[in-house]
Design a protein around this ligand. Structure first.
Ligand SMILES: Nc1ncnc2c1ncn2[C@@H]1O[C@H](COP(=O)(O)OP(=O)(O)OP(=O)(O)O)[C@@H](O)[C@H]1O
Ligand SMILES: O=P(O)(O)OC[C@H]1O[C@H](OP(=O)(O)OP(=O)(O)O)[C@H](O)[C@@H]1O
Length: 238
């Protein structure tokens, strides 16, 4: 029989400051709704209101607050211990590679991949490795540099925050490294995927120090997320 799941609120010391769960605004948050509901986390009413300017919200658990930040910033808030728990894509974790982050759970949402793409007309015409310098536009400078360095190529990274797909046609770079899901954004911009760097899903992340200092409260939330995933049969070890 399954172990009973501890109540995270009573597992926390009564007078302790609430734990902070950092959630990404945008597309992951939309997909996350049903999972959050199954974990029994109900943020204050205005959390989902686009018009709300508030960034920190109480939940139905006095021991847990949620903050709404950009996906990339979730990892930074958790790495520095400003939030003890968070949810972000494996792409973000790969980019920062923060040693302070422990990512125990694959949530199975936000499924996409980090890929290399180039213009359809020039695809396959350049032998990688023959070029000493390769201009790459990306939101993932570290992932791109590491990927090409492993092939002996020094990437000259042009760091963009979006619309990478424009870079080759406007002469900013020869390649891009970006997220691909259906491939329709690449296609609409005359690009083809030439290499998959990594498969991506969203992960539950925790700050390692916080896990050591508040093992019961954080462990109880991990157990809740694990149980919620098991309910839908999507649980997988990260
Ligand atoms: N096309 C996609 N399909 C599935 N998952 C995606 C896709 N694009 C991004 N993701 C996942 O969602 C996360 C957030 O996406 P993205 O960086 O595009 O932010 P956003 O939701 O557009 O918000 P913002 O750019 O304002 O931070 C990514 O880190 C990735 O893990
Ligand atoms: O393969 P597809 O299904 O077309 O998805 C890929 C697109 O999704 C993401 O962008 P997003 O829609 O989040 O917009 P953004 O550029 O503002 O981040 C990503 O940066 C790609 O542009």
């Amino acid at each position: 029989m399954d172990q009973p799941i501890a109540n995270p609120t009573t597992a926390a010391a009564d007078d302790a400051a609430p734990l902070v769960l950092a959630l990404p605004k945008g597309r992951i948050l939309k997909e996350l709704g049903p999972l959050l509901a199954r974990t029994g986390i109900v943020p204050a009413e205005d959390f989902h209101a686009e018009s709300s300017r508030r960034l920190r919200f109480e939940t139905n658990h006095p021991g847990l607050d949620v903050v709404r930040v950009r996906s990339f910033d979730v990892a930074t808030f958790v790495a520095f211990g400003a939030a003890q728990i968070g949810i972000c894509g494996a792409d973000v974790l790969m980019e920062f590679d923060y040693p302070e982050i422990y990512a125990p759970l694959d949530l199975g949402i936000g499924r996409c991949r980090v890929s290399v793409a180039e213009p359809l007309e020039s695809a396959g015409q350049h032998a990688l490795g023959r070029e000493s310098r390769l201009a790459v536009a990306t939101k993932y400078p570290n992932v791109a540099r590491r990927h090409f360095a492993a092939r002996g190529i020094q990437a000259e990274v042009v760091h963009l925050n979006g619309a990478m797909e424009l870079a080759p046609s406007l002469g900013l770079s020869r390649l891009i490294v970006d997220l691909v899901q259906t491939g329709s954004t690449l296609k609409a911009n005359g690009l083809v995927e030439t290499e998959v760097i990594a498969q991506v899903t969203s992960r539950l992340i925790v700050n390692r120090t916080a896990l050591k200092t508040q093992p019961e409260a954080i462990g109880a939330w991990l157990a809740r997320f694990r149980a919620a995933l098991a309910e839908t049969g999507t649980e997988s070890a990260a």
